[in-house]
Design a protein around this ligand. Structure first.
Ligand code: ADP
Ligand code: MG
Length: 670
């Protein structure tokens, strides 16, 4: 029943089905897991004196003045009214462009107003709705063009009417032991919560389940990772040789991590090591070292990068360490002939060091004697893809690079399967990026600054949270809009690069930017991944409060890679002290670990894990975790389950975890 196609449901014609499908919603089951985006708690009435700015609230009031309709501009009208609650406290109410409301306001008696308290005046509500009864918790789903919230609510109702027992994957004993509610109940509550407490229980339950599932998946992947090699690598003198070919001298932190890698390679047990280090800390050199050591021991070494651009950059830099033809690149965009040549070299072992994109996961990419796998920017790959690459040889060492520092507590949960090395130092001579919060009224000064930098031959990134303008986020400037503005205003070469840019054009623009032929690159977060353009000195981030701190830190790391002073401008009009504090925190430190700790403490592990930057996007419910305890408990439960894998009650969970591990990944060929 949950498999019922949405297109077979009454009231859903082809165009609605298409709109839903575009969001990945095809069946009732998809609807079941499409939770509301927002919950507004209107289950309790507040007094006017209790209201706080920018929150949602319900009040019980009566009108003191008759509603007054006025036209401000041709396309804009307001209805204004004064109301008071039972204590006599006064409330201003304003509706924009809802002239009909004038006749809908009850005169005389009390009624409820549900809605948002003004951002500056706590005795004012904006666009509230009027009701005679309290609706409890009101849910809003992510807006989908052509689909009303009401339709989504009724679809959720229908989905919840189906038998849900099969959705349960946690065994009863675990539910009991950890006081978790049943899956079916959790799902019902997510769509139709009766109270905030109930909602908390549901979210805890779902976060718990995702953690258990994730850990179980790691456990299964681990059996791939547990190989023993016949011979240990010899690393004596290899480091010195590598260093003599390197253009700079290693930092103390790089040396330390290389030593840790050496210790691993000299064992017969397969290495599974994560290297964490801030953006620009020089992880690539460490990865190159490992590749060099593996090839010196007669095996092939491969590095997988998430984008073509990055793969090319790595390839160009790795080539000088090898003789002609021994270093090979493999990407999805290569012509068939080139690609076949690469496959041949890899298969026959002519290629000793290989750099590539997801194309490395192709079946035809067969290795002669693979000894080491490096996965760069690990958050862009799933556990499964890592495992797939590692399985292209026998007992292959693996090194995973991550530029998103995470606190140790979380690292243990997310990477329990990996040993961790940390590069906690930036190369010498790097100047800290000067970070400033910029208010709207200083925007033109900032433009002038960018223009000046361009005249000096320096380049700027401008990052926006959205590609196109959106009704839902009306105060957020989109990349497209900003590009037009900058293109017209600045005396500089401005270009636009977003996820919607055609792959070919993307490549052209990125390369032009690398060569310094573009002064200002307006984009969305597509540039997040480690391209190295030392000449870029300015990073502008629009609506900065919409990004997680760690992500902002990542973006900031795109500049300050050369010896020239770099700048990061965070645009924010947010009135909330908390978000201002976050930005100030970012401005005050360059230490990614400190920033991550702060994010974890202030926003909870959920926001942290939910963020795309950790590559956990398949485990959406992790973002519901409000404290680390849930994760710890779930990790413990997963441990108990893993220690008894034969148990019948655990079978469903293992099957699900196995499915996740082997799901056909939609490999993006970029
Ligand atoms: P990330 O850790 O973000 O991957 P990279 O490995 O791309 O950083 O290094 C960033 C830049 O710093 C590169 O241009 C690299 O050549 C340079 N670099 C790395 N290590 C050192 C070092 N020890 N001394 C000087 N420059 C270095
Ligand atoms: Mg890197």
């Amino acid at each position: 029943m949950l498999d019922k196609k949405l297109s077979e449901i009454k009231g859903i014609g082809p165009s609605r089905a298409k709109a839903l499908g575009a969001q990945g919603l095809f069946s009732l089951r998809d609807i079941l897991y499409f939770y509301p985006k927002k919950y507004k708690d209107f289950s309790r009435v507040k007094q006017v004196s209790e209201l706080t700015c920018s929150t949602e609230a319900a009040v019980r009031v009566r009108a003191v003045t008759a509603p007054k309709l006025s036209y401000i501009k041709r396309n804009m009208n307001t209805v204004r009214m004064k109301a008071e609650d039972a204590t006599g406290a006064k409330l201003d109410v304003v509706w924009f462009n809802q002239s009909y409301i004038k006749n809908a306001i009850p005169q005389g008696g009390y009624f409820y107003l549900l809605g948002r308290v003004d951002a500056k005046n706590s005795n004012k509500m904006v666009n509230p709705s009027i009701t005679n009864t309290l609706p409890g918790i009101v849910t809003t789903y992510q807006s989908i063009k052509g689909i009303t919230n009401k339709l989504l609510v009724s679809l959720a109702e229908e989905a919840l009417g189906c038998p849900l027992e099969k959705e349960e994957i946690l065994p009863d004993e675990i539910l009991k032991k950890y006081s978790l509610i049943k899956k079916a109940d959790a799902l019902r509550i997510m769509h139709f919560p009766k109270s905030s407490d109930e909602l908390k229980q549901a979210k805890r339950r779902l976060a718990f389940e995702d953690t258990v599932l994730f850990r179980t998946m790691l456990f299964l992947a681990k059996s791939n990772m547990r190989g023993e090699r016949e011979n240990a690598f010899k690393t004596c003198g290899v480091k010195e040789e590598f260093k003599s070919k390197l253009k700079f001298s290693l930092t103390r932190a790089q040396e330390k991590v290389i030593d840790e890698i050496n210790a691993d390679l000299e064992k017969t047990t397969v290495m599974n090591r994560l290297v964490q280090g801030d953006v620009g800390s020089g992880k690539t050199a460490v990865a190159f070292y490992a590749m060099y050591a593996a090839t010196q021991n007669g095996t092939q070494a491969v590095m997988m990068a998430p984008t073509e651009i990055l793969a090319r950059q790595h390839y160009e830099r790795l080539k000088p360490f090898f003789d002609d033809g021994e270093c090979v690149i493999l990407t999805g965009s290569m012509k068939k002939k080139e690609r076949d040549e690469a496959f041949l070299k890899i298969r026959t072992g002519v290629a000793r060091a290989i750099v590539g994109t997801h194309a490395l996961l192709f079946k035809n990419a067969e290795f002669k004697n693979l000894g080491l796998v490096v996965v760069d920017e690990q958050h862009r790959f799933g556990v499964r893809q890592r495992a797939n690459l590692q399985n292209k040889g026998e007992a292959v060492h693996m090194l995973v690079m991550s530029a998103t520092p995470i606190p140790r507590t979380l690292a243990l949960i997310m990477y329990g399967d990996l040993d961790i090395s940390v590069i906690d130092e930036l190369p010498l001579g790097r100047k800290a990026v000067i970070t400033r919060i910029v208010k709207e009224h200083r925007r033109d000064d900032m433009y002038e600054f960018i223009e000046k930098r361009a005249k000096e031959g320096e380049q700027s990134f401008v990052v926006c949270p959205l590609i196109e303008s959106s009704e839902a986020l009306e105060n957020v400037i989109s990349a497209t809009e900003l590009y037009e503005e900058l293109y017209n205003k600045l005396d500089a070469r401005v270009e636009l690069l977003t996820g919607q840019t055609e792959p070919n054009r993307k490549e052209i623009i990125t390369q032009a930017f690398s060569r310094g032929e573009i002064d200002v690159l307006v984009s969305t977060t597509v540039i997040e991944v480690g391209v190295d353009v030392p000449n870029a000195t300015v990073m502008v981030i629009e609506s900065a409060d919409r990004f997680g701190l760690s992500q902002l830190h990542q973006l900031r790391g795109r500049v300050g890679r050369g010896s020239v002073q770099s700048y990061c401008f965070l645009l924010s009009e947010s009135k909330s002290q908390a978000s201002l504090d976050r930005l100030l925190m970012l401005a005050s430190t360059a230490d990614g670990f400190k920033i991550a700790e702060y994010d974890l403490e202030n926003r909870g592990p959920g926001e942290f894990l939910g963020a795309r930057q950790h590559g956990m996007d398949e485990f959406l419910s992790l973002s519901f975790a409000t404290d680390i305890n849930v994760l710890n408990e779930a990790a413990r439960a997963a441990g108990e389950i893993a220690s008894n894998p034969e148990k019948e009650e655990y079978k469903k969970l293992f099957v699900k975890a196995y499915e996740k591990l082997n799901e056909k990944s939609d490999i993006a060929m970029n």
